[in-house]
Design a binder for this molecule. Structure first.
Ligand SMILES: N[C@@H](CCC(=O)N[C@@H](CS)C(=O)NCC(=O)O)C(=O)O
Length: 244
């Protein structure tokens, strides 16, 4: 059985799931718990690859990274291509921008998680009963600092939001020019570029179920008010191209 390991609130996991579902690849989903799940993650990760999620495990082998998983989905699945030849350079360019922007988002979110017991409780594994979640919340805080160390979190994510994320979103607005897609039709460029908007406001629960504290942790009022047109574009893409 094909299994996708991911983190429910991670936009990288969301990109992989969108591509798998677009191509109607059957898979089961398993939540990865940072720190506690590290040994199992290393054990499942192919030799030479950096252990991270999303990670797709099939009978024939494992694929790590949202981009490689999306390409694997395209190679195996059905439906309209997300990587048409003519769009490849645009897709690769936006993938690089999106990866940089999402890393800043991760730094910002793990920092905000550190002082927020409500969000820590929400990110604990589901098997921990409600009455004990408060007690175990510091474990989630340890998981967040583990991610910060492992992925060398940006020490000043607010400055990087201004210097990197705002120009990236302005560039996206300029390239879209009010059109529904970056290329002639829907491609992975739209998936990867629209994932950046999670840093302003996560997409609705229909597509990304989040607890209220986690939703609030991702939300950035200044970014959201500067890019309402892009949020509208991202929501329309989901409504049209992603099953709830
Ligand atoms: N470029 C990679 C980035 C993946 C990534 O950074 N994943 C982080 C998401 S927070 C992760 O695995 N964190 C959990 C861990 O390392 O234990 C992709 O496209 O999938």
């Amino acid at each position: 059985m094909t299994t996708l390991y991911g983190i429910g609130y991670s936009p990288w996991t969301a990109k992989a799931r969108w591509a798998l579902e677009h191509h109607r690849v059957a898979y089961r989903y398993r939540e990865h718990t940072p720190l506690l799940g590290e040994l199992a993650l290393r054990w499942r990760t192919p030799k030479g690859a950096r252990p991270s999620v999303p990670l797709l495990v099939e009978d024939t082998g494992a694929t790590t990274g949202s981009f490689a998983i999306a390409r694997r989905a395209e190679a195996q699945g059905q439906g309209a291509p997300l990587f048409p030849e003519a769009a490849l350079s645009t897709i690769e360019r936006w993938e690089a921008v999106s990866d940089r922007v999402l890393a800043i988002g991760r730094s910002s979110v793990v920092r905000r998680m550190a002082g927020n017991p409500a969000v820590q409780r929400e990110t604990l594994p589901g098997f921990i009963p409600g009455a004990l979640r408060g007690l175990f919340a510091p474990t989630a805080a340890m998981g967040a600092s583990f991610i910060a160390r492992k992925h060398r979190a940006d020490p000043d994510p607010e400055a990087s939001l201004r210097e990197t994320v705002v120009p990236a979103l302005e560039q996206l607005r300029a390239e879209l020019r009010g059109r529904p897609y970056l290329q002639d039709g829907f491609t992975y460029a739209d998936i990867t570029a629209s994932a950046m908007l999670q840093l302003a406001e996560p997409v609705a629960d229909t597509w990304l179920p989040l607890g209220p504290a986690m939703r609030e942790t991702w939300r950035h009022a200044t970014l959201a008010s500067a890019f309402p047109d892009l949020l509208e574009w991202r929501d329309a893409l989901h409504a049209k191209h992603r099953r709830p």
